[in-house]
Design a protein around this ligand. Structure first.
Ligand SMILES: Cc1cc2nc3c(=O)[nH]c(=O)nc-3n(C[C@H](O)[C@H](O)[C@H](O)COP(=O)(O)OP(=O)(O)OC[C@H]3O[C@@H](n4cnc5c(N)ncnc54)[C@H](O)[C@@H]3O)c2cc1C
Length: 370
């Protein structure tokens, strides 16, 4: 058992941190949060500096962790343009890889993943956006809700219902790559979010939108399985967001405690709070890295990945709240106020904490040993 990152990864971590400290300026942070503005120029800069590269998933995890510790909104915004890429990597045809992944890898395009519908996100098998085959196309009708990159993406990995005949609902689902410049596509940006306000979240609509048959990912009827496989991967990156958000809040709380002098830092309740925060962050890190090492060596343990995701989300919420309590009046207009708002989403997307618990228990009941 080796608890150390390689020298290359440590160097990379340093490079990401230096980049974040330099480029995540107060101005950019405030502008994107207050005005709910997606930082496209920063995304390009992050890409140009080679800080988000799918050649090495550990580097993706490190980038997310480090950038979210500097600012969660910007950190997530610059790493989310690739959201859903693994679906094409794992299940897409050579044609789809060439046509879509090459644009993503070169930083020329933004993508997204559209699963959640207005009726709810947890019940993925209940998706009702329809796709009917007609003259070499699928004709798509329906809508998706709370979709990240909704008004920005060039294309979406989209979960659709291609059949209602199957006895089991999830057998009638498929995945299509939908170009957003197609006739019949529209998006309405949702504003006034609690947190991650620099990310763009939208309702997206499909009205008799035609998708060429070759944009079907893998096989018809296997969409549910593809999406579940994807979530078992992407949850590790949400756990990394959680580590970053919690670490960033902890560092700020520690600086504040030290700046208030010895009389304050020796108070028992302050030390209890710091110890509880640090212990949870450490536990989250260990769980996430262990889950990631199984996942990145193609031996995923879904219950362990869900444990990491659930615990990371809850740790981010716990730590940001404690940090804000320590800050007291000093926290109201500090970074901690924003960290506190940004943390909540980590308990929601890619599966709420309740859904993660169901995944953990169900996999363990089937014999999985996390
Ligand atoms: C900012 C933001 C960005 C997002 N980006 C995307 C995106 O890019 N793509 C995408 O597809 N979706 C996205 N989502 C949607 C997100 O994945 C869903 O919000 C999430 O899956 C929960 O779905 P829901 O909000 O519809 O809640 P629901 O599924 O309606 O759940 C409501 C409550 O009921 C609980 N619940 C539901 N089912 C069960 C059950 N079986 N047992 C116990 N409790 C249960 C849940 O835990 C939750 O507390 C985004 C959401 C937000 C807020």
């Amino acid at each position: 058992m080796d608890f150390k990152f390689s020298e290359e990864h440590e160097e990379f971590r340093k490079k990401v941190r230096e980049f974040g400290k330099k480029e995540f300026t107060k101005q950019r942070i405030r502008d994107s949060d207050i005005n709910e503005k997606y930082p496209d120029e920063l995304r390009e800069l992050t890409y140009k500096n080679g800080l988000v590269s799918y050649d090495d998933p550990w580097k993706v995890l490190i980038s997310i962790e480090e950038l979210c510790s500097i600012d969660p909104g910007l950190g997530i915004s610059v790493t989310i343009p690739y959201f859903g890429a693994e679906v094409i990597m794992l299940f897409g045809s050579d044609h789809l890889k060439e046509k879509y992944l090459s644009r993503i890898n070169s930083g020329k395009a933004i993508m997204g993943l559209a699963v959640t519908e207005p009726s709810g996100g947890s019940d993925v098998a209940g998706a009702s956006t329809r796709a009917e085959k007609k003259d070499g196309h699928y004709v798509v009708n329906g809508s998706k809700m709370f979709i990240s990159n909704g008004n920005l993406a060039d294309f979406f990995i989209t979960l659709v219902r291609t059949s209602s005949k199957e006895a089991k609902r999830h057998h009638g689902l498929s995945v299509l790559v939908v170009d957003t410049n197609s006739k019949g596509f529209s998006a309405n940006k949702l504003t006034g979010k609690l947190g991650v306000r620099s990310t763009t979240t939208s309702e997206i609509l499909f009205e008799n939108l035609e998708v060429p048959e070759e944009n079907l990912v893998g096989e018809e009827g296997k969409g549910f399985y593809y999406i579940m496989t994807f979530f078992n991967i992407s949850r590790i990156f949400v756990a990394a967001q959680g580590i970053g958000v919690a670490q960033g809040a902890f560092d700020r709380a520690m600086d504040l405690v030290k700046s208030r002098g010895e009389e304050y830092s020796s108070r028992e309740e302050v030390q209890f709070a710091l110890a509880e925060m640090a212990t949870r962050i450490k536990a989250t890190r260990l769980m996430t890295y262990e889950a990631a090492s199984h996942l990145f060596s193609y031996e995923p343990i879904p219950s362990l990945t869900s444990m990491a995701k659930q615990y990371a989300g809850e740790t981010a919420v716990f730590v940001t709240e404690k940090a804000l309590e320590i800050a007291g009046i000093d926290g109201i207009d500090s970074d901690l106020e924003r960290f506190f708002r940004d943390a909540k989403i980590l308990e929601i997307w890619e599966g709420t904490s309740e859904i993660e618990k169901l995944i953990i228990a169900r996999n363990m009941l089937k014999g999985e040993k996390p």
